[in-house]
Write a protein that binds this ligand. Structure first.
Ligand SMILES: Cc1cc2nc3c(=O)[nH]c(=O)nc-3n(C[C@H](O)[C@H](O)[C@H](O)COP(=O)(O)O)c2cc1C
Length: 177
């Protein structure tokens, strides 16, 4: 797929997956795209647990009542940051941004390879879901589950909401055009 086609074809997918599994090589390729992402001061703060063990995948999937892609995922990539991020520049840390850059790279890789996913973040912050997943995966208390990506082969073509037109969000040289 052409790069810009991949960018345009990436949509959050919350529908059903086929029964096709994803092999370890494909999962490693996706996570490598995450590892290759930029990070604040090159601290490379995001770490990843790749979940492809079927019983574990099901245990996570069963936690989400409303999202078929989570329920039927064939694998998850669980993205971790430090629980107490160290300030690295002017009192700031960039661990959320680091994680987001890695996730976007991985979403593009997932799309390019014909799989689908959705950025799961808000849901993790409710009902202790992030903590439950961390415990299932043996994540130490020093790390937090920030984002998870359910992955599978989509049963239906992923579609996303229309984006606002260019000239409503972007301008040359002066805000508002
Ligand atoms: C920071 C962030 C958090 C998100 N959290 C969730 C989430 O918890 N559950 C979900 O289904 N989608 C989540 N999404 C996906 C957005 O809903 C989605 O990107 C948006 O509706 C635009 O659709 P598109 O991704 O198809 O372009 C999140 C996206 C971002 C960037």
């Amino acid at each position: 797929m052409d790069f810009f086609e991949t960018v345009t074809n990436r949509h959050s997918y919350r529908g059903p997956f086929t029964d096709a599994t994803i092999d370890k090589d494909a999962l490693c390729k996706i996570v490598q795209a995450g590892l290759d992402a930029p990070s604040g001061m090159n601290k490379q703060t995001t770490s990843f647990v790749i979940v492809d063990d079927a019983p574990l995948v099901s245990q996570i999937g069963e936690m989400h009542q409303a999202n078929k892609a989570v329920q039927q995922a064939k694998a998850f990539i669980v993205c971790l940051r430090d629980a107490e991020p160290e300030a690295i520049y002017e009192g700031c840390h960039f661990q959320i941004e680091d994680c987001s850059a890695a996730v976007q790279n991985m979403l593009l890789a997932i799309t390019d390879m014909g799989f689908a996913s959705v950025w799961i973040d808000g849901w993790l912050r409710t009902a202790g879901h992030a903590t439950t997943i961390a415990q299932l995966l043996g994540v130490p208390d020093s790390k937090v589950v920030q984002i998870i990506l359910p992955i599978g082969l989509p049963k239906y073509p992923p579609r996303g909401p229309e984006k606002q037109p260019f000239d409503q969000r972007a301008w040359f040289n002066r805000y508002g055009g």
